[in-house]
Design a protein around this ligand. Sequence first.
Ligand code: GTP
Ligand code: MG
Length: 205
Amino acid sequence: MIVKEVEFVMSNQDAEVIPDFSAPEYAFIGRSNVGKSSLINMLCQRKKLAKVSSTPGKTQLINHFRVNKQWYLVDLPGYGYARVSKKQRTKFIAFIKDYLTNRQDLQLLFVLIDSRHDAQDVDIEFINWLGENQIPFSIVFTKTDKNKQSETDKSINSFKAKLMEFWEDLPPSFRTSSKSGMGRDRLLAYIEEINKNYHSKKLKK
Ligand code: GTP
Ligand code: MG
């Protein structure tokens, strides 16, 4: 897929006020600093579309971007960010969960996992919550440029093994680097395929 045009649409902190765009939507989530905003910029080949920061907690709102006037990318705040107050974190989690469980046109949630780290309980618990709520997702292992491939393989395999303690099989996963662009073509092709199904389903209705 060629990304010709990307526009920032809006930021929200209340899932209920986001308009129904009647277009396929894809959201990106994961722990703070895992590289969600960077991945959105990499996919769109724009440096400053989504705000990136080395300080965790940069993205605090639900941010919608429209691609090629046809589909939406959504940058979400990170979960598991320790430096915000407990009250603020509970509020965050509530509005993210509200968005994820109620958004009709959300086709897929990309759950980002740092490819350098061992499995963290907060990620496993979040993924299990997605399963319980039947929210379709894929896993994206980020920052693969930062380690040797053998080390990346090792941590990805151990993450998957941990998940397999709870799941019978796992959805497709991706490896990305926002620095080198690794994974961009595969991710965009995957989105394009789902977009096609979305439109053929709408035609049948
Ligand atoms: P929050 O909005 O705070 O939850 O973070 P985020 O998940 O959106 O992360 P963000 O994209 O802001 O990136 C965090 C830091 O990691 C920044 O310093 C990025 O430059 C860096 N980073 C993100 N992706 C990659 C990558 O693929 N490779 C390398 N080397 N650095 C990356
Ligand atoms: Mg961000």
